[in-house]
Design a protein around this ligand. Structure first.
Ligand code: F6P
Length: 410
């Protein structure tokens, strides 16, 4: 390639987003990029001319390996919405001014559906103004809610953590129920999509019942019915474990967390911070039923658990990063790399490329027939889809018993 590459990370962190960064870096170098720049804190930092030359940080093969196994966003992330082009052309002139100065041939952005909005707007602007820089998106989100891709890098590792941690929570509660009833409510991320909450069902097997009830945001949540179901279960067993999505809503459209002490914070894309659902429901169960309760919020632990990363996920994240550079060099723009499942058994997946206009700002939800008829569990179709994505391990490099990460010295 003739010019340089710039790459940014955007949206919520994952355990494998840096593996995609490593894939971009490695392929760009292999294809002859003189410089591979990294934006600090995505497009928001870029607008303040915050970027680094990645070669200053990735010097050896060991650094690439460390980067692949380092969770969260090595370059820093952002939740920043670009204005519509007609609203503020100056922002675009500024961005393209910096891109020209750095001689950028390929602009790669690793993120979820909000981040693909950035690729869409920048590629549209480039086409309208005759700029030659190519803009390609790399899929990333633990939420697994991106359209047109079989799944998103980051989801498999989060699902593996959630399945494992759910099993441990269930086991923990069972140890303490000799003379006491205990109801544990587990809260899982995922906003409006229930892929991650459904992953709690992975804990079910010969040695574990799995959660007793699983509530996804795809279906309206009935608070009274929930209390009745818990009461019924307590007639039969002493430990009841319920998994709920942070985004469950009542049929009136109100988030359950809003009935408790929810935060009012709303980000640039209009997303309310969702937390406190489990805490609200466990207090409600304590008040209505009078037993011991516990709220477990997996919170950011599920997002950056690289100690439980899925090997498949780490490798696919690396692969989509490389595929993005290849696509840009071959002349594609305004596209996102997608994963295409070729077969389940043996699991095989390849990459393809899709128009980002069909992806940005669209949410892919769990299909209704992958949820049980009464809406409180997942069907075998869901399990068969998710199981291949959590296979294998790629442990962190350990130093003195604790994972070693690659980090930016500021
Ligand atoms: O977008 C990924 C995600 O992890 C969602 O599941 C969650 O609702 C959101 O990020 C939380 O974001 P933040 O940490 O910015 O509050």
């Amino acid at each position: 390639m003739k010019g340089n590459v710039i790459v940014g990370q955007s949206g919520g962190p994952t355990a494998v987003i840096n593996s995609s960064l490593a894939g971009v870096y490695r392929t760009a170098k292999d294809r002859g990029a003189k410089k591979v720049y990294g934006m600090l804190h995505g497009i928001q930092g870029f607008l303040d001319e915050q970027y680094v030359d990645l070669s200053d940080y990735i010097k050896t093969d060991l650094d690439v390996e460390l980067l692949k196994r380092t969770p969260s966003a090595f370059l820093g992330s952002c939740r920043y919405k670009l204005p519509e082009i007609h609203e503020d052309r100056e922002v675009y002139e500024k961005i393209f001014g910096i891109l020209d100065k750095l001689d950028i041939e390929c602009f790669i952005y690793i993120g979820g559906n909000d981040s693909m909005d950035t690729i869409k707007k920048l590629s549209d602007y480039a086409i309208v103004t005759g700029k030659t820089t190519k803009f390609i998106g790399v899929p990333k989100t633990i939420d697994n809610d991106l359209a047109l891709t079989d799944h998103t890098p980051g989801f498999g590792s989060a699902a593996k953590y959630i399945g494992t941690a759910t099993k441990e929570v269930i086991r923990d509660a069972m140890g303490l129920v000799y003379n006491t009833d205990i109801v544990t409510i587990i809260e899982v991320m995922g906003r409006n999509a229930g892929w991650l909450t459904g992953a709690t069902a992975l804990s079910k097997g010969e040695d574990c019942d799995g959660p007793d009830l699983i509530y996804l945001p795809e279906l309206a949540f009935d608070i009274d019915n929930f209390i009745e179901r818990v009461k019924e279960l307590l007639q039969k067993k002493k430990s009841v474990v319920v998994a709920v999505s942070e985004g469950i809503k009542t049929k009136e459209g109100k988030y359950v967390c809003e009935y408790g002490n929810a935060s009012d914070y709303v980000d640039a894309f209009g997303h309310r911070q969702l937390a406190g659902t489990a805490s609200f429901l466990s207090n409600l169960v304590a008040a209505e039923i009078g037993c011991k309760t516990r709220a477990v919020e997996f919170s950011t632990l599920q997002r950056s658990a690289s100690h439980l990363a899925s090997r498949i996920d780490v490798n696919e994240a690396f692969q989509v990063g490389g595929a993005a550079v290849k696509a840009a060099v071959e002349g594609d723009t305004g596209k996102m790399i997608v994963l295409k499942r070729v077969s389940d058994d043996p699991y095989q997946c390849t990459t393809d490329i899709c128009d980002v206009h069909k992806i940005s700002n669209v949410e892919k939800l769990v299909p209704r027939d992958w949820i049980s008829r009464d809406g409180t569990y997942l069907t075998q179709k869901f399990i068969s889809y998710i199981e291949p994505l959590i296979q294998g391990e790629l442990l962190p490099v350990q130093v003195d018993g604790i994972p070693r990460h690659l980090f930016l010295q500021k």
